[in-house]
Design a protein around this ligand. Structure first.
Ligand code: NZQ
Ligand code: ZN
Length: 381
């Protein structure tokens, strides 16, 4: 088994109405909070009011920064840093999905640097030694950002997206109330499921982990996501699957299933998001089957085990088709044409993936070099 350190310093609070207790949970650590969020959705549905009432009850003061967009931009983070510095904010409360939480993480560390944030995130020597406390109220269960050390930030000017990780970024508190996820659309739910699935999948195909237990935990979680997905496909209006979905998202990407991960699919997917605006989980639904198709012959046994355990099929080719059919039935397309993109420029995609002088992507199964990436993207056409 690979050596590892394991710590989840996040207090995870799960259940109905728990967001109404945010003041109580923060009362010993927070005095002045930046409430960070995306659209006016949380103003209109009463969530913001419930949160501020709870903070008021414990005399915790607050200020606001809304406007986080999907694939959060470094520019808004820079604004958040200024607010935190000038208002002496001690805690950021992120309310939303992975984008809002990641934006909060970037602000929390950037607040302690005088350099521009994009430079800090790209220069290991500039990373501050401390970060502000982060709390999250999750409204979209997908990324697991609420209990991990990763922030994915985009630079719209440079057309780049980077994943940055640091132990200082792990939120101190995350509130998981499945009822807050009932308003997710069909497509958002579908691609969130794909993302949750992918975080187990990436770990499972990192063969350097060498642990039967971690393999079994990944298989069980992926199988559960498939079961939840099937409930969703058959009863799209039901919310029965949302409780387990919420906890699956946190489990899948917080190292509870073991550390590491191959993450070639994530790197290839990020380029699709940057280049064509395909949402994160949507991009993964395109990439994962194509990546399987491209690498499986050299790792046949592993893929056979995977498809048998997760999709109950014996052959790998049949397994890939079953996985694609599952994503499609969820509502996550597995071919480019469904996104109505006029022309896919594979060379530009490949340039995006390897833009930081990275020689290859993928850690643990197979190194994917630019010439491999071309072939994987071609398989989706
Ligand atoms: O602005 P709001 O109103 O919050 O709307 C959001 C947004 O438009 C909406 N939404 C959230 N909760 C909702 C809701 N709509 C209706 N009802 C609700 N209850 O959903 C839209 C997408 O939200 P976003 O936060 O962008 O989605 P997600 O959670 O999938 O996060 C995606 C971002 O996280 C990164 C991705 O690359 C992408 O930038 N990732 C972060 C990771 C991490 N930190 O560990 C790992 C992941 O692999 C991923 O890369
Ligand atoms: Zn992901």
């Amino acid at each position: 088994m690979k050596t590892f350190d394991f710590s989840i310093p996040t207090k995870l609070v799960y259940g109905k109405d728990k967001h109404k207790l945010i003041g109580e949970y923060l009362k010993d650590s927070a005095q002045h909070v930046l409430i960070h969020y995306g659209s006016s959705r949380i103003e209109n549905n009463g969530l913001l009011e419930a949160v501020t009432q709870s903070l008021d009850a414990y005399h915790i003061s607050y200020c606001f920064l809304g406007g986080v967009q999907a694939n959060p931009s470094v520019d808004l983070c820079q604004t958040g840093i200024k607010i935190c510095q000038s208002e002496k904010v001690d805690t950021i409360l992120a309310i939303g999905g992975g984008s809002v939480i990641d934006s909060a993480k970037a602000i929390s560390i950037g607040r302690y640097s005088d350099e521009m944030l994009w430079k800090v995130l790209n220069t290991p020597e500039l990373i501050p030694q401390k970060a502000m406390n982060i709390a999250a109220i999750v409204t979209l269960p997908a990324t697991g950002s609420e209990a991990n050390d990763v922030a994915v930030i985009s630079n719209d000017t440079l057309q780049q997206k980077i994943a940055f990780s640091n132990p200082l970024l792990v939120p101190k508190l995350a509130i998981l109330n499945p009822e807050l996820t009932y308003t997710l659309s069909r497509y958002q739910t579908a691609i969130a499921m794909v993302d949750i699935f992918s975080h187990c999948f990436e770990r499972y195909f990192d063969l350097t982990r060498e642990s039967l237990l971690w393999d079994a935990l990944c298989e069980a979680t992926m199988k559960t996501v498939v079961d939840l997905g099937n409930t969703f496909i058959n009863h799209p209006k039901s919310n029965d699957f949302r409780d387990d979905m919420m906890w699956s998202a946190t489990v899948a990407h917080s190292n509870m299933l073991g550390p590491g991960g191959d993450f070639a699919c994530h790197q290839l997917a990020h380029a699709l998001t940057v280049q064509y605006g395909i949402p994160h989980g949507g991009a993964l639904a395109l990439i994962m089957p194509a990546w399987c198709q491209y690498v499986y012959q050299r790792h046949h046994d592993r893929f056979k085990c995977f498809f048998k355990a997760v999709f109950k099929v014996n052959g790998v080719e049949e397994g890939i088709e079953t996985m694609k059919a599952f994503f499609e039935a969820l509502g996550a397309p597995t071919t480019f044409d469904r996104y109505h993109i006029a022309e896919i420029d594979i060379n530009e995609l490949v340039d995006k993936v390897y833009s930081k002088q990275v020689e290859y992507v993928g850690n643990g199964l197979e190194a994917i070099y630019p010439e491999d990436a071309v072939k994987i993207y071609e398989l989706i056409l």
